[in-house]
Design a protein around this ligand. Sequence first.
Ligand SMILES: NC(=O)c1ccc[n+]([C@@H]2O[C@H](COP(=O)([O-])OP(=O)(O)OC[C@H]3O[C@@H](n4cnc5c(N)ncnc54)[C@H](O)[C@@H]3O)[C@@H](O)[C@H]2O)c1
Length: 444
Amino acid sequence: MNRRRFLRHSALAVAPLILTDFSLFGADAPSKRLNLALIGTWGRAHAFFDSLARENVVALCDVNEEHIAFALEKCPGARTYIDWRRLLDDHRALALDGVVICTPDHTHAFIATWAMNRGLHVYCEKPIANTVEEARMVRSTYLNNKARLATQTGTQRHALPNFNRVSELIRDGAIGRLKTVSTWGNRQLRRPGYLPAEGTPPAHFHHDLWLGPAPFHPYNPAYYSGTPGNNCLNWNMYWDFGNGQVGDMGSHTMDLAWKAIDATLPTAAEAKGEPFNPEVSPVELEMRFEHPANAWRGPISVSWFQGGAMPASPRPYVDLNKIDHGALFKGDKGFLIADFTGRLLIPFGDKADLTYYERRTPETVLPNLGDFVGQWFDACKGVGRTACDFEYAGNLIEQMLLGLVAYRAGARVEYDPVAGRVTNLPDANALLGRTYREGWVLNG
Ligand SMILES: NC(=O)c1ccc[n+]([C@@H]2O[C@H](COP(=O)([O-])OP(=O)(O)OC[C@H]3O[C@@H](n4cnc5c(N)ncnc54)[C@H](O)[C@@H]3O)[C@@H](O)[C@H]2O)c1
């Protein structure tokens, strides 16, 4: 057993003694500041600077040198890079402990896998993958290193107390036996197709590195003209860069359900939506997944609706369209409707008197998760675990991306979750991954 695991195990048994011991061991001491690199230093990165100030940001990487200059003002003294591969080459010289990844989606699985392969802790923005194969690579790399690495996915809404309340109601049986779950998002970004060549990249912007593993597309400033934290909306509808709302709000909204249903991977998926466009991911889409039973519930059906497609309302007086991003759980004794911050319980039927359901007390409600980024810092230092590690988030996004495979195949796909193969439609297996530009390797 390595020292960190020994301390973790021992801490459970004799906490006061071990807390003293922690301060003696520099490498594992919770008081030690982490040496971190921020990859993607503008946009979503704005959300991290306050938290990162508690640790050491020793390196910054961005393909836009103006964005590096912006971050350097907040993290003076950090070494700077335009190519994340060169940064990772230097991880020993930088004494790096971990990386925070805020780059566009098509780079996430690459950077995360490469970083974990070098023994680095990873916080990665959602979605952590763009294909089923990428999701499986990120998850398996994490699982192979789980004893020594902490990972967290950027689904920070997971820390909202309502996620716990919804989870408690479902697992405690407030709607009886869970049967189906529907989640939805109403964001609609219509795009005609990849943008035509326009102008030349400015000297401070490295267009080729921005493309990274994606197939070549000519420079067009409109991909990069968004406000901080919203620029993803300028590229995430294009298949080579993102997966539209499946990876965007789908990551957050399915998380609300995922925490409650305690699922692993589906055994089948089907989908329908607007006609397939080889350049742009669909706006209107409906996907359904079959999940096997687990220890506390039977088999369930889980769905995702987007871009105008919506689940049927449980009652005529409830207008689900008034909830932009939400989840509807149906049990054999009631419905639960939730958004990120609130919930509505609708018992139904003569037997739905709630006597079968035992309310929690102030002592037994799940504790607030608290500081989501701080939870990752702590886990990097060997204290506690993260809520959205790459096993949890890898399963969630693999399911969503399998739905896109069913959509593209135009048929129900049966899935072997252990092998990661479609079993009833061999041709659909070609849709589980994608081809990268020459010179780019996922598992590097
Ligand atoms: N968790 C959330 O609530 C939330 C909110 C917004 C965005 N996001 C996610 O954050 C990510 C970034 O979104 P954004 O709107 O900030 O995008 P963005 O287009 O603004 O890119 C962010 C930064 O990454 C840089 N960059 C691009 N390619 C790079 C590369 N290969 N190496 C290093 N730097 C690179 C850009 O120059 C930019 O500074 C997306 O994956 C998005 O899904 C999450």
